[in-house]
Design a protein around this ligand. Structure first.
Ligand code: G6P
Length: 608
């Protein structure tokens, strides 16, 4: 995800901002830029690629000035180009802006306020820069930013400088974090504390809807529509690496906790209440073309393939289009039957997994419509597909995937909703799904609050050498993913079964030293699952169940329960996977495993 670093003080801003950008690299980015201000003039350097490319571009030149802003960009609106790299200028080059997040109504703002303006980029951010500059001609920079923030819908972490108001930073936050570092007559602002810690450990974290005016003499914080707020700074005693993890012990845990936030990035601007449907900008297919699709193939590897299994179920349920999920490493060596009425989604966090990529090429060769469903912007799968959708999970650094999985499932369900509405899904049913989608972040938060309880359970179960995960219907892929998480993080042998298949083999394994993790939430298959668990109980296996809040009855059958809030069946996977991620995580912590980098595994598998 994008990163911001800004400085105002008495030192040279350029080198401080440069060093800050390097410390933000871990967040993932595809272009970068810096602007400083000296004697009423901007000095800007931007480049596509990494910070080394930026440094090379600058060469021996110096970015003069003692205040400025820097940015690492992770493309959302507009491709990875020099023109789209931040900071952006207003039309007259008096204001420069760096921005994280997405301005949803940027087209409307452009249309309403900036009709005659020419834009150099395709970004939503440039619209902000033009608008702030326009308003700042008649009022202070602070007031202009305030006025723009009142007009904006979307999310932002924002940093603004002007040639007209020297030694001043205006920064603002809604949805995208900003930390202000307080030094000796100098201030730092960044997306997290990492780039600030070498200079000061006194940090103020802005909350949503807060903004600040920062000069050499002080930092005043305001809340939108409320005026000045007084905030105490905190003394941070984390190391830089701990700061990247935002206080969590591992990236894995941070990423699990990111989920309620990033799921909103996946559906932001894509849910259409008015028509009970969804809209994915990069899909590149008209409704008419989409209606002609008579088969869907979902291609992926690893965790992404379990997301596709959920997708298979949901596409058939909502869109009634025959759908198959395929593992890349198998698909590429078959001779798949595909034609122009087949729609293939390549689903991948990294966008680089070789088996998925090669399978996508094969699908293209056969004339299928290929779309990417990818996290890393500008990755090979994204570039080679005929269109597609970014899942917007943000950088995922832990090798074992968590938030990318939930966002993949989310985007697949949004596509199934779209296709459903093109066929015979009613408006009411479509709207119901949208309404339930919107309740998910809060429900996810409530599951995360159960972490201490899940930790205790994990400590109880970590002594076992084998595990069996059970699920039925749409929750069978979640049993697979839960088992996969446990395996890769803890190195404990674990497998997953559709619960109804137990009697054909897995029952032979059951015994008091062979625990079962069962997804037994209240849905159409609940009674069947309950009977399966009775069979497990009779064979003395300890059972840990994921059940729906309020289901007291299940306690009679199972040894331990983790309760989950109720949602509609097709959205259950998004909630049910979270306790399983936490369980695998805490078992592995208890066993002192290398959580973020499990042995023998890699984040991005670009070999066969
Ligand atoms: C590797 C990673 C997994 C991931 C899989 C597919 O095995 O360790 O976490 O699920 O690749 O990766 P992709 O980037 O295509 O989603």
């Amino acid at each position: 995800m994008c990163g911001i670093i800004s400085y105002v003080g008495r030192k040279k801003a350029g080198p401080i901002i440069f060093a800050g950008l390097r410390r933000l690299e871990y967040r993932g980015y595809d272009s970068a830029g810096i602007v400083t201000v000296d004697k009423g003039k901007f000095h800007r350097v931007r480049s596509v690629g990494n910070i080394d490319a930026l440094s090379k571009k600058l060469g021996k030149k110096e970015l003069k000035g003692s205040y400025g802003i820097g940015h690492t960009r992770w493309a959302t609106h507009g491709g990875v180009t020099l023109e789209n790299a931040h900071p952006h200028y207003g039309e007259d080059g008096e204001v420069a802006v760096a921005h994280n997040g997405i301005i949803e109504n940027y087209r409307e703002l452009k249309e309403k306020y900036l009709k005659n303006h020419t834009f150099k980029s395709q970004t939503d951010t440039e619209v902000l820069a033009h608008l702030i500059e326009k308003f700042a001609k008649e009022m202070s920079l602070k007031k202009a930013v305030e006025k723009v923030l009142a007009l904006v819908t979307g999310t932002y972490g924002l940093a603004v400088v002007s040639v007209k108001e020297p030694n001043k930073l205006i920064v603002a936050r809604l949805g995208s974090p900003l930390a202000i570092g307080i030094g000796e007559k100098e201030y730092f602002v960044a997306s997290d504390a990492t780039p600030i810690l070498p200079y000061t450990r006194e940090i103020i974290y802005l909350d949503d809807q807060e903004y600040a005016e920062i000069t050499l003499d002080g930092c005043q914080i305001y809340k939108l529509n409320q005026g000045k707020v007084a905030k105490e700074s905190q003394t941070i005693d984390w190391s830089a690496e701990e700061a990247q993890k935002e206080g969590f012990e591992h990236f894995m845990l941070k990423e699990i906790h990111d989920q309620p936030k990033v799921i909103q990035d996946a559906f932001r601007g894509r849910l259409r209440e008015k028509i009970g449907s969804s809209y994915m900008g990069g899909f590149n297919m008209t409704d008419k073309q989409a209606r002609e699709i008579d088969r869907i193939v979902l291609l992926a590897c690893g965790t992404a393939s379990y997301a596709c299994m959920v997708g298979e179920y949901v596409f058939e349920r909502l869109a009634k289009i025959p759908t198959d999920f395929e593992v890349g490493s198998e698909f590429r060596y078959r001779n798949p039957i595909l034609d122009e009425k087949t729609l293939v989604f390549s689903v991948s966090q990294s966008g680089e997994t070789l088996d998925t990529l090669v399978s996508q090429r094969e699908a293209k060769r056969k004339g299928a419509n290929v779309r990417g469903l990818v996290n890393v912007v500008g990755s090979t799968i994204a570039r080679e597909a005929d269109g597609g959708t970014y899942i917007h999970a943000g950088p995922e650094l832990s090798v074992a995937s968590s938030k990318a999985f939930t966002n993949m499932v989310t985007v697949l369900i949004m596509y199934a909703l779209y296709f459903g509405r093109l066929h015979d899904l009613s408006f009411e049913d479509g709207l119901k799904i949208i309404e339930e989608f919107k309740k998910l972040p809060q429900k996810m938060e409530s599951i995360l609050k159960e972490a201490p309880k899940i930790k205790k359970l994990a400590q109880k179960y970590s002594k076992y050498k084998n595990f069996l995960y059970l699920g039925r219907g749409i929750n069978f892929p979640i049993a697979l993913e839960g088992s996969h998480k446990l395996k890769e993080l803890s190195y404990i042998h674990s497998e997953a079964y559709p619960a109804g298949e137990m009697k054909h083999g897995a029952n032979a394994l059951l015994a008091s030293d062979f625990p079962v993790v069962a997804i037994a939430t209240k849905n159409d298959l609940y009674d069947k699952m309950e009977s399966n668990l009775q069979e497990v109980k009779a064979r003395k296996s300890p059972i840990l169940a994921i059940a729906t809040k309020g289901d007291k009855k299940i306690q009679k059958t199972v040894s331990d329960v983790i309760y989950i809030p109720k949602t509609i069946e097709i959205l259950e996977p998004i909630l049910n996977v979270i306790p399983l991620q936490l369980f695998a995580y805490y078992v592995s912590v208890d066993l002192k495993r290398n959580i973020d980098q499990p042995r023998n595994l890699a984040k991005s598998v670009t070999v066969e």
